[in-house]
Design a protein around this ligand. Structure first.
Ligand code: NAD
Ligand code: TYD
Length: 350
């Protein structure tokens, strides 16, 4: 395991993982293979662009011919697949690209891994495949998948295909299911960077519905360490959850974020909820802990560190918010009904 193909490596988590690998393993080589959709950004890889162990190829994971050529040319022995369409709200507006990339693209990579007898195929999956998790339970890797958004359904489909390649062809696969990641280089459509940058711009923070939905917000670096542990110590054919193991309400996340910024709560604006919004995700992460991994940041520490990064790195997010993003924001939030939640807020404070 030395020559990595990091698909989707110009996105948020993929680029963090590339930094992580190159820093930790002096003898590893990394080829980032990325289509550079709206979410892919070479600024995320600026710090490693001169590293002789790093190469970039612009390409689609659905392009079988190019995938095969790159694997041969760079003598790839390991694929870590981050490439995906990743935003639930966009999947609700238009699921098409999700099916193509997340499902068909995964199949193309699996076929290539099989054809060239790769040492490992690792699939980056998500806690969203478990669907809404009732209070009193935390998802175990053995729980059935029950996805409820087109995004989650596309990721669950990919997981099932990866598993099928293990069972049928004995392809050496592993799967990780991460909770919500936050940290450097996250496209500001996702809630934490959206809210931090909106607050910095003096704009409202559009909280969906009552804001009492629960998520496990983890520091992206902790997720990267978890993937590393699975690659080196994980059992083939197995699934591993990665998260802090504790979830918080979105309103609590917003309060921490505003507190770190020193910004007023009056920026909170409750808006019409997302259709089919999963109320709660919660992961049991004991299986990965048993391999010696431990999350280093709880949700609050992760949120505060993320806020500080966006405050200090306006050069990164400002141009994004000026571009394609503006059109998206108008489409997603322009006509969204604003809710009057005064009664709920009062009861929460009492
Ligand atoms: P992202 O949207 O920031 O980046 C996705 C990257 O994939 C982009 O660089 C994009 O250009 C690339 N890409 C998209 N379609 C492609 C294609 N057809 N071929 C090649 N490249 C393509 O996503 P992220 O948040 O970094 O997520 C990475 C992975 O982690 C995804 O598989 C996602 O499902 C999973 N995940 C994300 C989170 C999270 O909180 N962000 C949590 C758990 C799991
Ligand atoms: P998001 O970052 O889209 O991740 P996911 O839906 O994959 O968990 O959203 C995280 C939580 O924040 C989720 O409960 C939806 C909520 N949310 C808002 O309240 N307002 C927003 O504008 C966005 C984008 C998300």
């Amino acid at each position: 395991m030395k020559n990595f193909l990091i698909t989707g490596g110009a996105g948020f988590i993929g680029s963090n993982f590339v930094h992580y690998l190159l820093e930790k393993y002096p003898d590893y080589r990394v080829v980032v293979y990325d289509k550079l959709t709206y979410a892919g950004n070479l600024n995320n890889l600026r710090d490693v662009s001169d590293d002789p162990r790093y190469a970039f190829v612009r390409g689609d994971i659905c392009d079988r011919e190019l995938v095969e050529r790159v694997i041969q040319e760079y003598q790839i022995d390991t694929i870590v697949n981050f490439a995906a369409e990743t935003h639930v709200d966009r999947s609700i507006m238009d699921p098409d690209a999700f099916i193509r990339t997340d499902v068909y693209g995964t199949y193309v990579l699996l076929e290539a891994a099989r054809k060239f007898g790769l040492e490992r195929y690792h699939q980056i999956s998500t806690d969203e495949v478990y669907g809404h998790v009732p209070h009193g339970h935390s998802s175990l890797e053995t729980d059935p998948v029950a996805p409820r958004s087109p995004y989650a359904a596309s990721k669950a489909s990919a997981d099932l295909m990866v598993h099928a390649y293990w069972v049928t062809y004995n392809l050496p696969v592993t799967i990780s299911r991460g909770s919500n990641n936050i940290g450097p280089y996250q496209y500001p459509e996702k809630v934490v960077p959206l809210f931090v940058t909106n607050a910095l711009e003096g704009k409202p923070l559009p909280v969906y519905g009552d804001g009492r939905q629960m998520r496990d917000y983890q520091w992206v670096g902790d997720h990267c360490e978890g993937i590393d542990v699975i690659l080196h110590k994980g059992e083939l054919g197995e699934i591993y959850n990665i998260g802090t193991g504790t979830e918080i309400e979105n309103l609590t996340m917003v309060e921490i974020l505003l507190d770190e910024l020193g910004a007023p709560r009056s920026l909170i604006q409750h808006v019409e909820d997302r259709p089919g919004h999963d109320r709660r995700y919660s992961l049991n992460v004991d299986k990965l802990k048993a391999l010696g991994w431990e999350s280093r940041h709880d949700c609050e520490a992760a949120i505060r560190a993320t806020v500080r990064w966006y405050v200090e790195n306006e050069w990164w997010w400002r141009p994004i918010k000026e571009g394609e993003f503006k059109e998206y924001y108008e489409k997603m939030y322009g006509n969204r009904k604003v809710l009057d939640m005064s009664e709920t807020s009062a009861s929460r404070e009492s």
